[in-house]
Design a protein around this ligand. Sequence first.
Ligand code: 2M8
Ligand code: MG
Ligand code: MG
Length: 268
Amino acid sequence: LLIFTDLDGTLLDIHTYDWRPATPWLNKLQDHQIPVILCSSKTAAETLEIQQDLGLEGLPFIAENGAVVQLDVRWDDHPNAPRLINGTPHSEICSLIDPIRERAGYKFTTFDDVDERVIGEWTGLSRERSALARLHEASVTLIWRDSDERMAQFGAELVQLGFKFVQGARFWHILDARGGKDQAVNWLIDEYRKREGFVPTTIGLGDGPNDAPLLDNVDYAVVVKGINRHGIQLQDDIPERVYHTTQPGPEGWREGLDHFLSASRHTT
Ligand code: 2M8
Ligand code: MG
Ligand code: MG
């Protein structure tokens, strides 16, 4: 069994970043050596810290919406160790979008346009964590300040150039179309198959539109109740495969794993 989980609004409370309601499950999964693989918009630098907070260090994780995949520490002989960068590097994405912004006058602010103090104001993260949130390796994060129409136009321009424009909780993320939560999840499942010699069963948990590619590529999906007005559209929403929680954040995370993994489910 492998668990793939989003962070903000899913395993972490969207406002306080607290995960305590999920602790009993995190401990139980660790006792049974079931990997909990973090999968979010965050940078690798942030995710390494959060893995430590959660007691998950050494496990693989997916950062920057799948543009970056950290390998298990035990896979140090892997050609991509310690992590795989999927597609166009951050600096190249910046140099491609700057002229587009200038020409069309799109109004947005990227994490590169501001310093960690401003990011701290936007996110509520500490100054230290905000600095780590700026260390993108293969994506660009921005706040959109223009109309929905112009956003669609900008998105279409990005797609033309071979990029994806994906929505997180507060921000939008630009990454190479070759990367994504879907590609990253499937790539890691395949690595587990090669390393461990079996095809793992997978559970995914997420709350935002950028989690749909994750949830569409696992065996069982938990849609954690979100704050996002757009919600998540999944390809097949059959109750046996997809569970929608009634609670948001880490309470919803716990509820989802109760649904799919608790013993009572198998005895009733
Ligand atoms: C950003 O990610 C969230 C997650 O959905 C968002 O798009 O709203 C990222 O930039 C991440 O690096 C940062 O930690 C997070 C903080 O809320 O925001
Ligand atoms: Mg989220
Ligand atoms: Mg996320």
